[in-house]
Design a protein around this ligand. Structure first.
Ligand SMILES: Cc1cc2nc3c(=O)[nH]c(=O)nc-3n(C[C@H](O)[C@H](O)[C@H](O)COP(=O)(O)O)c2cc1C
Length: 217
């Protein structure tokens, strides 16, 4: 359980010792300085969005952590950002790529995103990406505790093609963490933003690559 004190203490130690990394050829790339995790299905880099239409659906709470990551991704992709409440379900088909992001709350993305996805019609092969900020780095958790699982499974069930996932830690002063002034102060920081921009560049490469090769997206 998230509220398990041992897990929090362990995670804080892991965050403190976050100089560990894994091979960049692995499925999960971990930035040495920020411990931000990025998963891509098609690594590459691009900077030009052309005429692709890209939407980010974002929930960011008062602490405004995930919006920093959303803004960084949106800048690279020239994407619109909408809240789940602003989304017009009838408009979604026109986007080449749709991103879903929020903080992690009780080990999942925010309920407003999950409820929105639940209401979506099937979107076979629609390209999508998932991102989040969280108190505990996704990288430090075992696969069966992956906080992206709920949203990923819902999107996959609707037919979405998930081409990338991004997570970094965000400031968290939930509950008893207030007593110690919160954890992950200053996060997301500039390095997290840089990682998010790089992640977005890879997404762009994926979309443009499909366009150039004349396949449907
Ligand atoms: C009520 C509540 C529950 C949370 N639950 C979790 C959790 O289960 N796992 C986790 O890693 N972080 C958890 N957090 C921390 C948030 O995911 C983190 O602060 C995130 O950066 C918030 O993003 P936002 O500012 O964009 O809303 C929780 C925070 C709050 C306030």
């Amino acid at each position: 359980m998230y509220n398990n004190c041992n897990k929090i203490v362990l995670t804080m130690i892991l965050s403190f010792l976050s100089l560990s990394t894994v091979s960049s050829s692995g499925k999960k790339d971990i930035d040495v300085m920020t411990n931000a995790t990025t998963q891509m299905t098609n690594p590459g880099y691009g900077e030009y969005s052309g005429d692709s239409k890209i939407l980010i659906i974002l929930f960011s709470s008062q602490s405004n952590n995930t919006i920093k990551i959303a803004n960084a991704i949106a800048k690279v992709l020239d994407a619109e950002i909408n809240s789940p409440q602003q989304v017009n379900l009838n408009d979604l088909q026109k986007y080449d790529l749709i991103g879903f992001g929020s903080g992690i709350f009780d080990e999942k993305h925010h309920v407003s995103l999950l409820e929105l996805v639940d209401r979506l019609p099937p979107f076979p092969n629609k390209k999508t990406f998932i991102f989040s900020t969280s108190g505990i780095s996704r990288n430090s958790l075992p696969e069966h505790d992956d906080p992206h699982t709920a949203l990923r499974e819902m999107l996959t069930t609707k037919g979405f093609n998930i081409i990338g996932e991004f997570n970094c830690v965000g400031f968290n002063n939930n509950s008893f963490l207030k007593i110690i002034g919160g954890m992950n102060k200053g996060r997301p920081n500039n390095d997290d933003v840089r990682q998010a921009e790089e992640f977005a560049g890879n997404l762009l490469y994926n979309v443009i690559d499909e366009r150039l090769s004349g396949r449907d997206i």
